[in-house]
Structures are given as structure tokens and as C-alpha cells.
Design a protein around this ligand. Structure first.
Ligand code: NAD
Length: 396
């Protein structure tokens, strides 16, 4: 592999779930892809000295700090990777951009439209100095999803009529599960809607090339009070065993939508779909055919080609592991499947390549603002008894 010796020095903030996934991707990216820049995992930031030191050693970071401002002030860091809850995305990303650092920010971009707009403004100003930004909608980079986009773009589905998207989990069905940050509006912005609904909004807008123009929504919070959390956070948190606190986000969000190109769509995001652990499924029906993606079978894409003779019609299972499939030539021989973590490696690959090329990677902060505007419209519609609510334009 002839990766260059020119370095790209990364500083990452937060080292739990996404921090671990991103670390894995930063570690792997130059070993799999031939890139013009060599990633150096320069430093990781966490607030607890002992824990961040242990995380740096475990995840492979050269150094660690306890204040993200320190990371941004260092002149031996080129990229800031934001893996913290949504309430700190805007502050960290805007400061990093002002300091001339490229920024990868996890999704959803922010907790509010106002914050997302401020981040877009900061990204636009920084772009003039050659600084690049990307938002972490990693599912775009599952090869079968990228292939889906390529097939829609090539017209294989004809005119898109229907989009049917669900993202279902069940990790909080136990009423004793504690009030972690994901269940607090001031920390997370919203619940299932912004956490997992944001993914299917981005994925379907990306695959169809159409924007969600308007929505009618319902949201529900099934369990309104939960035990305050103990020490640990994240998905595997324990409760303190004491007082209760109020859940201030949705447990589930469902909405119908119209897309800018004329398609109609349904979306469902829930943390109460008992038995569904991380079930993301998208089906698209067009005048010439249909495509179906299911994350639990992420190496596959189902294609129904309505142009085939009647006797041969039916859904075809494409095993997306051929060298001509997106990203796959860098991995294993055909049929040797890949998994969840690879989508992050692909994200880092495209980000590093774009920085080296001086081009803007996608999804940009503006694309992510587009998702934020849909989240906002869904929230407003649900608050107004499911009233039809147009999505605000990007440029407002
Ligand atoms: N792309 C995906 O599929 C995906 C999946 C899960 C989460 N996310 C997003 O990633 C972000 C983080 O989620 P997570 O699941 O990793 O959460 P997490 O709770 O597992 O980790 C959050 C981390 O941020 C740290 N942190 C919080 N505030 C900080 C601060 N001020 N300074 C330094 N560190 C701070 C915490 O200590 C922890 O290490 C969220 O925006 C979430 O929506 C994306």
C-alpha cells in the first residue's frame, strides 16, 4: 500500500460508543485504503483524567486531554472529530472551525435549527480558508446503500412513487432504565426522532435525491418518568436506585411526508419496538422497479426490475461484495462479507480524500441542516396535533 507519509492529525472529543467506532475507523482507514494522507490519532479528549487516559491506551490515541478547548488550541491537530452528545456539537464545531480545523461532527448536527444554521455559517466561512466539514450520517456509506443511490440516480427505478422507512430499537422498554442523556431534551434535542429518525431522513433524501417537503407527525412518550442515572452513561447505563426524573423527549415518532420529486413517504422511529434491536429498513418503489435495504442483512440489496419479462419477474438478492460495488475492492474477495463498523471506515476514507483533494465531502453541514429542518417540522407538526407542516427552506 502506497499511502503517503503526509500526516493528517486527528483530535477526537468523546470516547464512548461513537468514540470507539470512530477510533476503529481512524485506525483502519490507511491500512485498507490507499490515501494521500496518513492519519495520526494524535489526541482524545474526555473530562475525567483517569478514564480518558485508559481510553487513549485502549483505543490507540497518542495523547489525551481533559478539555476540548485544549485540543482545538493545539497546532499539531488538523481535524476535530466531535463524538459528544448534541448539546455540545455547535460550541465545539464552531470553535474548531474558527481555529482552522477540519471538522467531522456526529449526527444529528445540532439540537436546534438555530444551532445548525450557526454551524453552517461557520463551515461556510471556514471553507474559504480550505477547511472541510462532514456530518456523521454513516449509513450512507454502507456499500448496499451507496449502490442504492447509484441505481436510483441511473434511473433504474424510474419515477419514485413511494419511500417506506423504519428505524426501530427497544433498549428503553424497561421502565427502570435510567434517564440517560438521550432521554433529556436539553442534552439530546429530541428522542427517537433525532437519534434514529435523523438517519432514515438523511438516508432516504440521499438515496432518492429528493428533499422532504412537508410532514404530518405523531410522537409519543410512553414512559414519562425514569430513575436518575448512576455513574455510567450510554446505552448500557444503570440507575442510581433513587429519585425519578422527567423524560422530556419522544420515545417514538411516526410521520407521513411528501418529497420534492412527487413521492409520498412514511417514516417510523421507535425505541419501543420490542424485539427490534437496531432494525433500519428502507423500501423504495418506482415506476420501473423497487429497491429494499435491511441493515440486519447489510451486505444485500433487493432489486425488483419491472423491465424484465413477466416470467422472470421477482425480487433479486444482490450480494453487494463484488469489486465493482462501492468501497468493496479495498476489502475481501467476493462473498466475504463486511459489517457495521466498515461504514465508519468508509466515512473516514471519503473525508480524508476530500481534505487531500480540497473538495467538499458529503453530507455537508448544509445537508445536515436539511435533516435538522425536517426534525423541526416533525416536532412542530406533532405539537400541533399532526397538522400538515411544510419543511422550512434551507436558505431561510
Ligand atoms: N452515526 C451513528 O450511527 C451514531 C450512533 C450513536 C450515536 N451517534 C451520535 O454520536 C454522538 C455521541 O453519542 P454516543 O452514543 O457516542 O454517546 P455516549 O454517551 O456513548 O458518549 C458520549 C461521550 O461524550 C463525552 N462527553 C460529553 N460531554 C463532553 C464534553 N463536554 N467534553 C468531552 N467529552 C464529553 C462523554 O464522556 C462520552 O465519552 C451523539 O451526537 C449521537 O447522536 C451517532
Amino acid at each position: 500500500m502506497s499511502t503517503s507519509d503526509r500526516q493528517l492529525r486527528v483530535g477526537m472529543v468523546g470516547y464512548a460508543f461513537m468514540g470507539a467506532a470512530h477510533s476503529q475507523a481512524w485506525r483502519t482507514v490507511n491500512r485498507v485504503f490507499d490515501l494521500p494522507l496518513r492519519v495520526r490519532m494524535a489526541a482524545v479528549c474526555g473530562r475525567d483524567q483517569e478514564k480518558v487516559a485508559a481510553a487513549a491506551a485502549r483505543l490507540g490515541w497518542d495523547d489525551h486531554v481533559t478539555d476540548w478547548r485544549e485540543l482545538i488550541a493545539r497546532d499539531d491537530i488538523d481535524v476535530i472529530d466531535v463524538c459528544t452528545p448534541g448539546d455540545s456539537h455547535a460550541e465545539i464545531a464552531i470553535a474548531a472551525l474558527a481555529a482552522g480545523k477540519h471538522v467531522l461532527c456526529e449526527k444529528p448536527l445540532a439540537n436546534t435549527v438555530a444551532e445548525a444554521r450557526a454551524m453552517v455559517a461557520a463551515a461556510d466561512a471556514a471553507r474559504a480558508q480550505g477547511v472541510r466539514t462532514i456530518c456523521g450520517f454513516n449509513y450512507r456509506r454502507v456499500p448496499a446503500v451507496t449502490l442504492m443511490r447509484q441505481m436510483v440516480e441511473a434511473g433504474r427505478l424510474g419515477t419514485i412513487r413511494h419511500v417506506r422507512a423504519v428505524y426501530l430499537q427497544d433498549w428503553i422498554i424497561d421502565p427502570e432504565f435510567p434517564l440517560v442523556w438521550r432521554l433529556q431534551r436539553e442534552r439530546a434535542g429530541s428522542g427517537a426522532l433525532g437519534d434514529i429518525g435523523a438517519h432514515i431522513i438523511d438516508l432516504t433524501q440521499y438515496v432518492t435525491g429528493q428533499r422532504i417537503a412537508g410532514v404530518s407527525a405523531v410522537t409519543e412518550t410512553f414512559i414519562s418518568e425514569r430513575p436518575l442515572p448512576g455513574e455510567a452513561s450510554g446505552l448500557a447505563a444503570s440507575s442510581s436506585g433513587g429519585a425519578l426524573g422527567k423524560v422530556t423527549v419522544d420515545d417514538a415518532a411516526i410521520f407521513t411526508a411528501r418529497l420534492s420529486g412527487g413521492a409520498i413517504a412514511t417514516y417510523e422511529a421507535s425505541r419501543f419496538a420490542t424485539g427490534r434491536k437496531n432494525a433500519l429498513r428502507v423500501e423504495i418503489n418506482g415506476s420501473r422497479g423497487s429497491l429494499v435495504f435491511d441493515l440486519e442483512r447489510l451486505n444485500e440489496l433487493e432489486f425488483y426490475d419491472n423491465d424484465r419479462p413477466g416470467a422472470e419477474q421477482g425480487f433479486t438478492r444482490i450480494l453487494v461484495t463484488e469489486p465493482e460495488h462501492p468501497y468493496l475492492s479495498a476489502w475481501w474477495p467476493p462473498g466475504h462479507i463486511i459489517g457495521y463498523e466498515h461504514s465508519f471506515t468508509h466515512q473516514m476514507r471519503d473525508f480524508v480524500q476530500a481534505i487531500a483533494d480540497g473538495t467538499d465531502p458529503a453530507p455537508s453541514f448544509t445537508d445536515a441542516l436539511g435533516v435538522q429542518l425536517v426534525l423541526d417540522a416533525v416536532q412542530r407538526s406533532a405539537d400541533a396535533g399532526s397538522t400538515w407542516t411544510p419543511v422550512d427552506p434551507l436558505g431561510a
